[in-house]
Design a protein around this ligand. Structure first.
Ligand code: ZN
Length: 161
């Protein structure tokens, strides 16, 4: 079921005459399925980096578990999920942050993955970080001034797709 349908059902069930005009602009745009308008309103609720047009849209609204949230009650949604829903068809897939910033809702930083891929990637990243930490501790015991312990890692070259 799409977000818009759920919003529509919720408000027609609970609303009195004139319910639509009393909704905020964001909910109206969602029910109208007006993707560009939804994204424009979402962007106004984010901190943007003026120097980087392709940077993160960091959500400044409600948060839960480190993620942005929209709305209260039965129609609340993950903000990045709404951003994605109005950019691409998602179905039952999960949305993954390619930038690693949970509060980011920039659709260009989101990718659809199966839930399994998402969990596998997260666990993989965590187990690698733990492994790196253990190796650093072992190296520190062996040579506390080893340059690898102070040098910052170089960014990886871009992946080829
Ligand atoms: Zn981002």
């Amino acid at each position: 079921m799409t977000t818009a349908e759920e919003y529509y059902r919720y408000y027609t069930r609970h609303g009195l005459p004139g319910w639509f005009s009393r909704l905020g602009g964001l909910r109206q745009a969602i029910i109208r399925c007006d993707g560009p308008e939804v994204l424009e309103i979402l962007r106004t609720r984010c901190t943007l980096d003026p120097k980087d047009p392709h940077g993160c849209w960091v959500w400044t609204g409600a948060k839960r578990s480190g993620y942005g949230f929209i709305g209260r009650g039965p129609t609340n949604r993950l903000a990045h999920r709404v951003a994605w829903d109005f950019t691409e068809e998602l179905g039952t897939l999960s949305v993954h942050h390619t930038c690693g910033t949970r509060l980011c809702i920039n659709p260009q930083h989101l990718a659809a993955v199966t839930h399994l891929e998402n969990v596998a990637e997260m666990l993989g990243r965590r187990s690698y970080l733990r492994r790196i930490h253990e190796l650093e501790e072992a190296l520190r015991q062996f040579d506390p001034n080893h340059p690898l312990l102070t040098r910052r890692p170089k960014p990886l070259p871009p992946e080829e797709n």
